[in-house]
Design a protein around this ligand. Structure first.
Ligand code: XMP
Length: 192
């Protein structure tokens, strides 16, 4: 285990199994009326959802287009959201398309709401949302996602695309860091 890791919250084995299940469900829900796989536009919220989206799309059987949106909630080495800020949207014209918005984690729901509103305004035929993780008890009641990988406790997690100070996205498991690593005392501490 990486020296900065306190414990694994969701293992790579469980992630892989769940991503396959989510893909089956998404494929089923987006099949064309004649039963053929259909077409979908995936909009991953960068940077956190890139690893999840990369695994998910390779499990989907339909024709796929990708349009990204980049949002920042946690500038620098912080675990407190400053509210989502849209940095870039590169999803083009989504009018009439079947869109699947993919994010890493549903925390308060502010990010998903913001991007959902943005996409909805461009008139997609369908718009569904998929998150790998949902933090228990953090969202107001009306905010949820159509597809949810795992419910997790309200701890700050990294790995599988999620970061702290832009590091640890490459860890294959979703983990909680040691307090020392979070405090900047870890070997990978950085001044920003
Ligand atoms: P909201 O509150 O807008 O937050 O639903 C969603 C975004 O906040 C980030 N986030 C986290 N990032 N570990 C992270 O690395 C976490 O535990 C965590 N909780 C929220 C994430 O970017 C997500 O899209």
């Amino acid at each position: 285990m990486h020296e900065d890791v306190e414990r694994v919250i969701v293992s790579r084995r469980r992630i892989a199994a769940r991503v396959a299940e989510l893909a089956r469900q998404i494929a089923h829900d987006h099949a064309a009326p004649d039963g053929s796989p259909g077409e979908i536009t995936i909009v991953p919220v960068l940077t956190g959802a890139m690893v999840f989206a990369a695994d998910l799309i390779r499990r989907l059987p339909m024709r796929i287009r990708i349009g990204v949106v980049t949002v920042s909630s946690y500038p620098g080495r912080t675990v407190t959201s400053q509210g989502p800020a849209l940095l870039h949207s590169g999803f083009g014209d989504l009018a009439g398309r079947n869109v699947l918005l993919v994010d890493d984690i549903l925390d308060t729901g502010a990010t998903l709401s913001m991007v959902h509103g943005l996409i909805q305004a461009s008139g997609p035929a369908t718009l569904r949302t998929c998150v790998l993780l949902r933090k228990i008890g953090r969202q107001s009641r009306d905010i949820t996602a159509d597809y949810i990988g795992f419910d997790i406790p309200d701890v700050f997690v990294v790995g599988y695309g999620l970061d702290f100070g832009d590091y640890h996205r490459n860890l294959p498991d979703i983990v909680k860091l040691r307090p020392a690593a979070m405090a900047g005392a870890g070997r990978h501490a950085e001044a920003r």
